[in-house]
Design a protein around this ligand. Structure first.
Ligand code: HEC
Length: 227
């Protein structure tokens, strides 16, 4: 400590800038502070976790991450510090055991500042909410209820989808349920997005969901529903 002070003092004298330079501790890195009221954190289990994580450009694997937990009131406050220079983006996201990003809930560019505050407000970050938002709303509702048309009579719109799926009989496959709690492989919803079962339907769904991570989320969600 003495030696360090001495060095600073000497160089300061040399270049004449006595008080200008703040002392920077490089190992602290940059900091992200996330706050918000999050529900559904506990819905993610079996190798998934909700984290605040840093990613380098083009990589799907988190360089650094910290788990999100909430208090009894749902309040979450996560401080991720020591973020090194190779990290360009920080995200509130779901990662798997290999720290691979499964889906992004919020993201921010880190190149603009050393300290970022992310106030995400009230958010449902649960497994089903993610499926609704990132699968049904983006890929399915155009034909399943967002307009006047609902293919196969199936509404996958927010607020309607859960009851329309869980424990509900399939119109196209005899004696099958759209979602059979605890059994993804037997569920027509999962078959529709992950197998070729729909090749004989009026609308082939086989190639609609190429994102295998999303297929797995649907599978794990169905398998996790208690009867
Ligand atoms: C381009 C329009 C279109 C899109 C997009 C679409 N569907 Fe469909 N879907 C249909 C039609 C039409 C049927 C009924 C097929 C028939 O009657 O043979 C159907 C039927 C289904 C069924 C079977 C319903 C039953 O009762 O057996 C499921 C499950 C389904 N769709 C899920 C999805 C999911 C999940 C998505 C998004 C990944 C999706 N669909 C996207 C048009 C679409």
């Amino acid at each position: 400590m003495m030696a360090a002070c001495l060095t600073v003092a000497i160089t300061s004298c040399d270049d004449g800038r006595l008080y200008e330079k703040p002392v920077i501790l490089p190992e602290e890195g940059r900091v992200v502070k996330l706050t918000g009221n999050l529900s559904g954190v506990g819905e993610w289990a079996g190798g998934y976790s909700i984290v605040v994580a840093g990613f380098a450009d083009d990589s799907e694997y988190a360089v650094i991450s910290k788990s999100v937990s909430t208090g009894a009131d749902g309040r979450a406050e996560v401080v991720l510090s020591g973020i090194k220079d190779d990290v360009q983006r920080v995200e509130l996201c779901v990662i798997n055991r290999l720290r691979k990003r499964i889906l992004t809930l919020r993201s921010a560019d880190l190149s603009v500042a050393d300290t970022i505050r992310l106030e995400v407000g009230s958010m449902n970050v649960g497994m089903y909410a993610a499926i609704q938002e990132q699968l049904f709303n983006t890929t399915c509702t155009s034909c399943h209820g967002a307009s006047t048309f609902a293919g196969g009579g199936l509404y996958l719109t927010e607020g309607k989808s859960y009851d329309a799926l869980v424990g509900a009989p399939s119109q196209l496959a005899d004696d099958k349920l759209l979602v059979e709690p605890g059994n993804a492989d037997a569920s027509v919803l999962y078959q529709a997005i992950a197998t070729r079962v729909s090749a004989t339907w009026r609308q082939d769904h086989s190639n609609m969901v190429m994102n295998t991570a999303m297929r797995d989320v649907v599978k794990d969600w169905i398998n996790g529903i208690k009867e």
